[in-house]
Design a protein around this ligand. Structure first.
Ligand code: FE2
Ligand code: FE2
Length: 274
């Protein structure tokens, strides 16, 4: 239990996720978690118009007058599409598979698959179906850059994106809980689903940082606020949901793992601080 760095992260992943099955894209413990979710479904009483949702999902910017609850669900769905696009591409190209690839990479890829499912479950609370929509052009190019960079350079780039992702998930979790505070079960379920993702993403940040030299970690820290602002602009609903100066302030402060992981119900692990 006292292993640190990448060795510690490997132990942690085995503890958190159980056996990894790449062929069937399964992590044993995650399946247990989903079994628990499905056995105890939560339904919101708020009516979200599925047509308006589907229409806005395909728009770069939401129609005027869309309320904050709809904005939150759109942001959830759109972030999901960017993740799905990147994970699918990396998987198609076999980036995390092979005898020369360390075991944690399979775990990380499978965790990312589960993020698509976790975010889809947020939509499911409102009876909204999961749909496949390509992320906007700039996001697609961004994701491709991250997936196709040579491995050495990719850690600081992907690491900075994972850091930015942590902030987005942290913010959406907070906002979702606030928006549905009138339905405590719904708020609790949103909190739980987003917490699972945040727990994984903090682990990914630590892993990327551990694979970087200290000079590369400095680049990672410099890239991170820029990528964070890009994510917020590209998923425009996030810009509408958050206070611009507050989000900027958060991205410009040093990355604070304590703050991000405070109150998470799950054990987190940071192999190295970025
Ligand atoms: Fe993810
Ligand atoms: Fe990640």
């Amino acid at each position: 239990m006292n292993a640190t760095g990448i060795d510690g992260y490997r132990d942690y992943l085995a503890r958190r996720d159980g056996d990894a099955d790449l062929l069937n894209r399964r992590l044993a413990s995650r399946e247990d978690f989903f079994g628990w979710l499905e056995a105890d479904p939560v339904r919101s009483k708020h009516r979200i118009d599925p047509h308006a949702f589907a229409q806005n999902l395909r728009r770069r910017r939401p129609e005027p007058g869309v309320d904050r609850r709809m904005l939150f669900l759109l942001a959830t769905a759109k972030l999901n599409q960017a993740e799905r696009f990147g994970v699918g591409l990396g998987e198609t190209y076999g980036n995390n598979s092979g005898d020369d690839v360390p075991p944690e990479r399979v775990y990380m890829e499978l965790e990312e698959h589960y993020h698509t499912r976790l975010l889809a479950y947020v939509l499911d609370i409102f009876g909204l179906p999961f749909q496949v929509v390509p992320p906007p052009f700039v996001m697609r190019q961004f994701v491709k850059t991250a997936v196709f960079l040579p491995e050495r350079t990719s850690f600081m780039f992907v690491g900075a994106s994972e850091m930015a992702g942590c902030i987005m998930f942290h913010e959406l979790r907070r906002i979702g809980v606030e928006l549905f505070a009138d339905e405590p079960e719904v708020a609790a379920r949103i909190d739980r689903l987003y917490s699972e993702i945040l727990t994984d993403e903090v682990g990914h940040v630590g892993y990327c940082a551990a694979r970087c030299t200290s000079a590369e970690r400095a680049v990672m820290r410099r890239l991170y606020p820029r990528i964070g602002r890009l994510f917020a602009r590209q998923t425009f609903e996030i810009s509408l949901l958050t206070d611009r100066d507050e989000l900027r302030g958060m991205l410009d402060r040093p990355f604070d793992v304590e703050e991000l992981t405070a109150g998470l119900p799950t054990e987190t692990f940071l192999a190295a601080h970025p």
